[in-house]
Design a protein around this ligand. Structure first.
Ligand code: ATP
Length: 218
């Protein structure tokens, strides 16, 4: 019997919000993932909010996913002294989980469109499938025209119509998936807080309480 794919969900999560959580939930259900591993990026200081530490981003992810038994926190990138490339993280996971385990990297459509700028991006497909979720502003219909040529070629070659195929092979396919469109971004949440607005209902209450208690993003 083939194993269920494991979802790998990286991000800055600065802070984590309902756009992230619905993506993980809907892809976990829609692609029959065994679990989703949230892997917060250990970003260089200029990429994250100066007032928020890696440990605090980690705490917020921990709070947000508590109680969902399919969601797992993976601290490996944050614990490294320098930022990790996704391809390295996937190679590590492949090593740990064995050659047969299907892995599926979960990306929003905006992230997928920027894929050719990632370190050794073509090698990502050696280690994992990629599932691309719709994100407002980045419609999946007619979006091939907006892809760089090299990405379009890989996309067309690897596209699977049925998500069921993901468990038949360990890596190498692409699927696209429509999810509930939530036009939420961490940038907008940070800006709202900075300008004195309340971002409640865009992210879990527990995360908002943590932000308020620690005076983050002000
Ligand atoms: P920022 O505004 O700081 O750039 P962000 O909200 O885009 O942050 P990230 O941590 O950069 O969040 O995103 C991690 C992953 O989640 C990416 O693959 C991104 O495409 C996806 N994602 C984030 N928000 C949404 C959303 N509202 N809908 C669908 N996908 C999303």
């Amino acid at each position: 019997m083939s194993a269920l794919p494991l979802g790998i969900f990286g991000g800055t999560f600065d802070p984590i919000h309902f756009g992230h959580l619905r993506l993980a939930q809907e892809l976990a259900e829609g692609l029959a993932l065994e679990a989703v591993r949230f892997i917060p990026a250990g970003c260089p200081p200029h990429r994250t909010s100066p007032s928020v530490s890696a440990a605090q981003r980690l705490d917020m992810v921990r709070l947000a996913i508590a109680g969902n038994r399919r969601f797992v926190l993976d601290e490996r990138e944050i614990l490294k002294p320098t930022p990790a490339y996704t391809v390295e993280t996937l190679a590590e996971l492949r090593q740990e989980l064995g050659a047969a385990q299907p892995l599926c990297l979960l990306l929003g459509a905006d992230a997928f469109l920027g894929l050719t700028t990632w370190h050794r991006w073509q090698a990502l497909f050696d280690f994992a499938h990629i599932a691309v979720a719709q994100r407002p502003g980045f419609s999946l219909s007619a979006w091939e025209d907006t892809m760089p040529e090299a990405l379009k070629k890989e996309f067309q070659r690897r596209l699977q119509v049925s998500p069921q195929n993901l468990k038949e092979t360990p890596a190498g396919s692409v699927v696209t998936f429509s999810i509930t469109a939530l036009d939420i971004s961490a940038t907008a949440i940070r800006n709202a807080i900075k300008s004195g607005k309340n971002p409640r209902y865009l992210l879990p209450d527990e995360v908002l309480q943590y932000i308020q208690q620690n005076h983050l993003y002000q």
